[in-house]
Design a protein around this ligand. Structure first.
Ligand SMILES: Nc1ncnc2c1ncn2[C@@H]1O[C@H](COP(=O)(O)OP(=O)(O)OP(=O)(O)O)[C@@H](O)[C@H]1O
Length: 260
């Protein structure tokens, strides 16, 4: 039985509220969001711009503190989870250091933690292998394509062996072909590392292809409007994108948007 099928709760949100208050604005970004994500599960946060996806991800990562409600990770606070290095985070833009070789970008978190050089070097090679970038260890980020750079960012996020990988629209700047290939590769990586993955996207097909469940968010204020199970078998294959089951899921999720 897979980790996710065992349904051990990992991330739990209860009545989470997030209000941004600035001199000029008072925005209720999230209203009464309650959800739980199982250990080892792959879920997507899907919704239009401004519905609070990034806010929700940042609350899970303890990069923001909710103005109401609770966020817990394996029964502890998100802050404790962050201090215990439970998170790896991948952003929309890969944020690599152009003057560091690929291998040294990947091992930066280990370096900051004072991990020995020989261990770091081994880890870099293992991670490069994992993300399909064997042979690129000594290149610089500017020598790589956008898709390859994002693979380096994923490898770096995995360097501390996080239990939870939080991904904020990591492939949205890439062309459709590269994006679909990286979706498939990401599932391969997930199969090996078995982290819990929370993936933010605007794309309905991307959320379906990747996820066990899709959390649909709607705006003004941001709230959870539907949770859609994705019963497509794993491993997912490119052909599944053209199956009647896939189209039905696209239609179901579209309808859940129209209903809000
Ligand atoms: N620091 C902030 N100060 C004030 N308002 C904010 C702040 N960050 C986000 N907001 C507002 O909160 C709401 C949710 O924003 P958020 O970025 O979480 O949405 P999103 O769904 O991730 O959007 P996108 O898909 O465009 O990235 C928006 O109305 C946004 O303008």
């Amino acid at each position: 039985m897979s980790l996710a099928a065992a349904r051990i709760p990992e991330i739990q949100l209860q009545n989470v509220e997030m209000r941004y208050q600035t001199d000029t604005a008072d925005v209720l970004a999230l209203h009464q969001v309650s959800l739980d994500i199982a250990k080892g599960e792959f879920v997507s946060l899907l919704g239009p711009s401004g519905c609070g996806k990034t806010t929700l991800l940042r609350l899970m990562a303890d990069l923001l503190t909710p103005t109401g409600g609770d966020v817990t990770v394996a029964g502890k606070s998100a802050r404790e989870a962050r201090l215990a290095q439970k998170y790896g985070i991948v952003f929309q833009s890969p944020v690599l250091y152009d003057w560091r070789k690929v291998r040294h970008n990947i091992t930066l978190p280990l370096e900051l933690m004072g991990v020995k050089k020989s261990i770091r070097e081994d880890k870099a090679l293992e991670l490069l292998d994992l993300v399909g970038l064997q042979g690129f260890a000594d290149k610089y980020p500017w020598q790589l394509s956008g898709g390859m750079q994002q693979r380096v960012a994923i490898a770096r996020a995995l360097s501390m062996e996080p239990e939870i990988l939080l991904m904020d629209e990591p492939f949205s700047a890439l062309d459709e072909f590269t994006r679909e290939r990286l979706n498939e590769e990401l599932l391969g990586v997930w199969g090996k590392v078995q982290s819990t993955i929370v993936f933010v996207t605007h794309s309905i097909p991307e959320s379906i292809f990747l996820s066990d469940r899709v959390f649909v968010l709607s705006p003004h204020p941001g709230r959870l409007s539907a949770i859609v199970d994705i019963p497509l078998p794993r491993p997912r294959t490119a052909e599944m994108r053209n199956s009647p089951e896939f189209f039905e899921l696209v239609a179901r999720i579209r309808e859940s948007f129209e209903g809000v």
